[in-house]
Design a protein around this ligand. Structure first.
Ligand code: ATP
Length: 914
């Protein structure tokens, strides 16, 4: 549909069947009349005729559509009218194809490129006294938000309305263009912004409306008047989103939720076409609000394929700036008006004064404008019939803009209201932007939170897993530690047992070695006895001594004989024999001395042995007492009083017996001591006798020497005889003494041996008696006890054995446990290391993630700042900031004139053409 000036043209274009429709066997249901204005639909649901200003069958080219429906609009816009072209239809029906097409293709470029070309062409062919500036803006409405496609950062622009400017989008970027190519460039830029937005919005193309606005300002250099025309090219969203256009009630309500703009458009069209609605809800949507002036009609044909399109009437106006003469006339009129208004105010104040003073004013005297000025009520009476523009201005002052629902408002109130509305719209836009930013932030934060939550979940899961693993490990560790402690305890006890057993073994070894020693000593004793027997045998009178003695005697007899026979028969040989015998006797004496010494030593050894025996005896006594004490203690522990008593009795008996034995033994020992002393004395005597013997021997030697001397010198025989006699007697005496001593010595020796043997026998007897006593004391209770003790002992022995076995097995187990412990410790360490590793990894990941997040945030910030920077430079466009006026005749105005910077207010005095 196109509208410019007062003309509303509704044309209908059918596109050819697409490949899918052909494939599915779709058959066209439209037939076209030859007049090019009517068609007939033969559908299953609907059959009927439709009439439009123009109908274009599928094969119609882009060029034909343009030339036969739109081309004229360009002339009207250049003449200072506002024009609007919008395409309506369901998704895929060809709206975009028709509106935009392929702008790089001569054949397939759509209406907008062709319009643009036409505009520039019209400018070129216009008179050179007219200077044009062309600016374009490109926006889309999606979800009730106006987004500037040339500055996409501005995605929620408010709609404003001002008396002179009409309805406009505040803050929308307008780009000055000076050629078709520049317009194309702007279109492409806006189109790419739209595409990016679609991608982000997931194919929302059919839900957004795009509006491309071309504003042409022209200045007549001859009379200084200016005009402006605006052409809005609208590609609407897919119409199927509102169900069937014109539908009301539930369907429409549902559709409203989907796309407010299209719903509102439907509502506006309904209100315009039903002929009953006093209020047209333009403000219900941004689209209807922006297109308000295009849709402003007393009656608007429904867009339901243009059934009543022809009946749509619009109030067109031309946007023109007045010339100085016109302005002067306007000023004069304004002054007149001011005077009449002042008069009117004064009259009103007078009437109010009356009312306030309590008086009443009759109705016929109420002040009115007519009465005051003497003119009709409407102050817009044209002052000049030849000035239609002025007439238009007056009408505009009275009439509201099409559809603006404030016909009863005073002008100032209306201005105020508009101002307020604009402010509110700004605030709404601001709030919406804030809301959108907040929502975006919220969604970002939500996403971030989600990712954090996910991360946290993962970490929590991992943590849980690790914690459970750790707990398990801890439990295992505790168990292992406990086992280890237990094992250590067992080890300690085993060690103790082991050491006890080792001590016992040591003791046993000692006792065995003691026994061996004792045995050896016994053997030694036997040997000693044997030796003693040997010694005794050696010392036997029939032995060596006796033989020597006999020899000595013989020698003495010889001496005697010599003495008797006159001491001549003693030869040298005999003397030598005597000497030899003497030497032998000396040896014998020394041997005897040695024997005596040995005996002495033996005696001492026996004494020592006796002492040892005594010590052993006392040890045995101690042991016995200890055993007794132990037994008693056990008995006491068993609380067996009888046994304790019996034990006490037994103990008494045993002690008595033992004391008696001890006494006897001590007596014996005393006796032995005495005997030993005696023996010592005897030995002493023996020693002295031996000394005497030595002396006698020496004397004998001397006598022999003397004898030798006699044979040489033949000294006094009588003296010699006497001497010999004396010697002989002495020797005989000595021999007798020696004999006695020897006998006594032998006797003593025998006695001593006997005593020793007896002593040993008595010791054995004592032991046996002691054992006997022990055995004899085994009364019934004792026997029981002993049996019990023996059993206990057996058990203990068994236990000990078992303990020893256990000890060895436990040692093995302990070794295994220790190894296991080591292995577990290693495992724990490894797991701990793993845990630490995992934690470190997690921390690193967290850090990485945070760094990434930070980087993303920074990038976002950077992108935002870049965007804002880009927006300030028109997103890289090389033109647009500076207006390049174009002059009719195809001559561009000199560059020096391009000082018309955007934002320079060009207030157009608007006037209605009719
Ligand atoms: N008259 C035509 N001749 C040839 N192809 C056409 C014609 N009209 C539309 N098409 C093709 O049909 C397809 C859909 O057209 P288009 O995109 O213009 O539909 P639309 O109404 O703009 O859809 P939407 O509402 O989704 O934006 C496109 O591939 C287009 O090239």
């Amino acid at each position: 549909m196109s509208q410019a000036g007062n003309n509303i043209r509704v044309v209908c274009r059918f596109r050819p069947q697409n490949s899918r429709e052909i494939r599915e066997g779709g058959v066209p249901i439209i037939t076209f009349d030859d007049n090019g204005e009517s068609c007939r639909m033969e559908g299953k649901e609907f059959q009927g005729n439709f009439t439009f200003d123009r109908i274009f069958p599928p094969e119609t080219s882009q060029k034909s559509v343009f030339e036969e429906s739109i081309k004229h609009i360009v002339d009207e816009v250049i003449s200072g009218y506002n024009g609007t072209v919008f395409a309506y239809g369901q998704t895929g029906s060809g709206k975009t194809h028709t509106m935009m097409g392929n702008m790089d293709d001569e054949e397939f470029k759509g209406l907008i490129p062709r319009i643009v070309e036409q505009i520039f062409h019209s400018i070129i062919v216009s008179p050179p006294t007219i200077e044009y500036t062309v600016k374009v803006s490109y926006m889309e409405i999606y979800m009730e938000k106006i987004r500037d496609l040339l500055n996409p950062q501005n995605d929620n622009l408010p709609v404003h309305e001002e008396k002179n400017r009409g309805v406009y989008v505040k803050g929308l970027l307008e780009v000055y263009v000076s050629s078709v190519q520049e317009v194309y460039e702007v279109m492409k830029r806006g189109g790419s912004a739209r595409i990016v937005a679609y991608t982000n919005m997931n194919a929302e193309s059919s839900r957004s409306h795009s509006i491309f606005v071309i504003t042409i300002n022209q200045k007549n250099l001859a009379d200084g008047s200016v005009k402006s025309g605006k052409l809005s090219l609208v590609d609407l969203a897919g119409s199927e989103k509102v169900g069937k256009t014109g539908a009301s009630g539930q369907t429409l309500e549902e559709a409203k939720k989907i796309n407010k703009s299209l719903s509102a458009l439907g509502m506006v069209i309904n209100a315009l076409t039903d002929g009953k609605s006093a209020h047209i809800p333009y403000r219900d949507s941004k689209l209807t609000r922006i297109l308000q002036e295009s849709l402003g009609a007393e009656t608007l044909s429904t867009l339901r394929f243009g059934m009543r399109a022809k009946s749509i009437k619009n109030k067109a106006k031309v946007n023109a700036e007045l010339s100085p003469a016109e302005l002067k006339a306007l000023l004069k009129k304004a002054k007149n008006d001011a005077v009449s208004f002042q008069q009117y105010i004064a009259a009103l104040e007078g009437e109010i004064g009356m009312w306030r003073s309590g008086n009443s004013v009759p109705k016929e005297k109420w002040v009115s404008m007519e009465k005051v000025s003497g003119a009709p009520a409407a102050p817009t009476t044209p002052t000049s019939a030849t000035n239609p523009q002025l007439e238009g201005v007056k009408k505009a002052e009275v009439d509201s803009r099409p559809g603006t629902p404030a016909p009863i408002l005073e002008k100032d109130e209306r201005d105020e209201l508009l101002k307020r509305e604009n402010e509110l719209n700004d605030q709404i836009a601001e709030k919406e932007s804030e809301l959108a930013a907040k929502e975006k932030l919220l969604s970002e934060l939500k996403e971030e939170l989600e990712s954090y939550k996910e991360q946290e979940d993962t970490i929590t899961k991992e943590n849980k897993q690790m914690t459970s693993e750790l707990n398990e490990l801890k439990v295992q560790l505790e168990k292992v530690t406990y086992d280890h402690k237990e094992d250590a305890i067992i080890m300690d006890s085993l060690r103790e047992q082991n050491s006890d057993l080792t001590t016992e073994i040591e003791e046993l070894k000692k006792s065995i070695s003691g026994l061996k020693l004792a045995q050896r000593e016994g053997d030694k004793e036997q040997k000693k006895q044997e030796k003693m027997a040997q010694i005794l045998a050696e010392l036997d009178p029939s032995g060596v001594i006796s033989a020597k003695e006999k020899q000595i005697r013989d020698t003495l007899l010889k001496f005697e004989k010599v003495d008797v026979e006159g001491s001549t028969s003693l030869t040298l040989e005999e003397l030598a024999t005597v000497r030899r015998e003497l030497a032998e006797s000396r040896e014998l004496v020394s041997t005897h001395e040695q024997t005596i010494n040995e005996l002495h030593y033996e005696n001492e050894r026996l004494t020592r042995q006796r002492d040892e025996f005594e010590i052993r005896l006392s040890t045995l006594e101690t042991e016995y007492e200890e055993l007794l004490d132990k037994t008693i203690a056990e008995e006491e522990a068993n609380s067996n009083i009888d046994i304790t008593e019996t034990i006490a009795e037994l103990r008494g008996k045993l002690e008595a017996q033992f004391a008696a034995k001890k006494e006897v033994q001590q007596k014996e020992i005393e006796e032995l001591k005495q005997e030993l002393e005696k023996k010592n004395e005897e030995l002493h005597k023996l020693n002295s006798a031996l000394t005497d013997l030595k002396r006698a021997n020496e004397e004998l030697q001397n006598a022999l020497n003397d004898k030798e001397g006699k044979s040489d010198g033949q000294k006094s025989v009588a003296d010699k005889e006497k001497d010999m006699e004396r010697i002989r007697k002495t020797m005989a005496q000595q021999l007798a003494d020696f004999d006695i001593m020897k006998k006594a010595l032998m006797r003593d020796l025998q006695n001593r041996c006997e005593k020793v043997v007896e002593l040993e026998i008595s010791l054995d007897e004592t032991r046996e008696q002691y054992n006997n006593v022990l055995r004899s004391n085994n009364n019934k209770a004792q026997q029981k006890k002993m049996a019990f003790l023996e059993r206990n002992l057996e058990q203990l022995t068994n236990v000990q054995k078992q303990l020893v076995e256990q000890n060895s097995s436990l040692k093995k187990e302990v070794a295994i446990a220790e190894r296991k412990l080591l292995a577990r410790n290693e495992r724990i360490q490894a797991l701990e290391a793993l845990l630490q590793d995992a934690q470190e990894k997690l921390t690193t990941q967290n850090q990485k993630f945070e760094a990434q997040l930070q980087a993303v945030r920074e990038r976002l910030e950077q992108a935002r700042s870049q965007k804002s920077a880009a927006s300030s430079t028109l997103a890289g466009l090389t033109f647009g900031r500076i207006a390049k006026p174009l002059r009719g005749g195809g001559l561009p105005v000199a560059e020096a004139n391009g000082s018309d910077i955007i934002g320079t207010p060009t207030v157009n005095a608007q006037s209605r053409k009719r």
